[in-house]
Design a protein around this ligand. Structure first.
Ligand code: SAH
Length: 231
């Protein structure tokens, strides 16, 4: 994401009714924020919010939380939400590392990671949003059958993630190295990055992982959808 300093971005965020201020104070009380007990789905690193806003419109019975750490990027999503005023969508301007202080154990139901920064250098592996420390964090805040859905154009990051997610005790329910040539595409909502990569002809990888606790009596086989190698 190209960053520009936008004067007043911090102030606009602090004043927006769509950004939850002091989110740590809502820990364990997110049902009150939305005024209902519907499931909570989070997108971590939502960028300008295209994906989460489309989903929030499609699924009014789900509560959505868009997480973006950069004010200048979040501002774009706020501008769109000022027009659409979706009642089931709020934003957080925080680093994903802090989600454990913001959501109580089991308080959320799904986490979307879309085109997360790849951090290709080994010494930066801890910053990848599918690294063990993040998977442990998601494991805590997700409900027993909570899932993580991850899309990326970055083959290396995807292979790393398939391995790490399993090592952390999660089950891979579905995965593909070429979403657009797979049955997995059904119901897919495109993100901003995704539309650019698809236009460039890049294959998109996707996996859905479920917490280990969800299957205490057995491990469902993971299903590979579509061709294993990009065309
Ligand atoms: N999901 C969007 C944007 C992808 S770019 C899309 O698919 O179009 C990745 C985004 O994640 C950037 O906006 C970046 O600022 C944000 N991000 C990266 N690491 C983050 C973290 N640790 N916490 C919160 N946001 C993060």
């Amino acid at each position: 994401m190209r960053l520009r300093h936008i004067p007043g971005a911090e102030r606009k965020i602090a004043e927006s009714p769509y950004v939850v201020q002091d989110p740590e104070s809502k820990r364990g009380q997110w049902a009150d924020v939305f005024g209902n007990r519907n499931p909570i789905h989070i997108e971590v690193g939502m960028g300008k919010g295209k994906f989460i806003m489309e989903l929030a419109q499609l699924c009014p019975e789900i509560n959505f939380v868009g997480v973006e750490r950069y004010p200048s990027v979040l501002l774009k999503a706020i501008q769109k939400q000022n027009e659409q005023k979706l009642p089931n969508l709020v934003f957080l301007c925080v680093n994903a590392e802090d989600l454990g202080e913001i959501f109580a154990d089991g308080e959320t139901d799904r986490i979307y990671l879309n085109f997360s920064d790849p951090w290709p250098k080994d010494r930066h592996a801890k910053r990848r949003l599918t690294s063990p420390r993040f998977m442990e964090l998601y494991d805590r805040i997700l409900s027993p059958d909570g899932t993580v859905e991850f899309k990326t154009d970055n083959r290396k990051l995807f292979e790393y993630s398939l391995e790490t997610v399993r090592q952390c005790g999660w089950r891979i329910l579905r995965y593909t190295f070429d979403l657009y040539d797979s049955p997995y595409l059904d119901g897919n909502v495109m993100t901003e990055y995704e539309s650019r990569f698809v236009e460039e002809g890049k294959p998109i990888c996707k996996l859905t992982a479920i917490r280990g606790d969800a299957y205490p009596y057995g491990n469902p086989a993971s299903v590979s959808l579509g061709p294993l190698r990009p065309r």
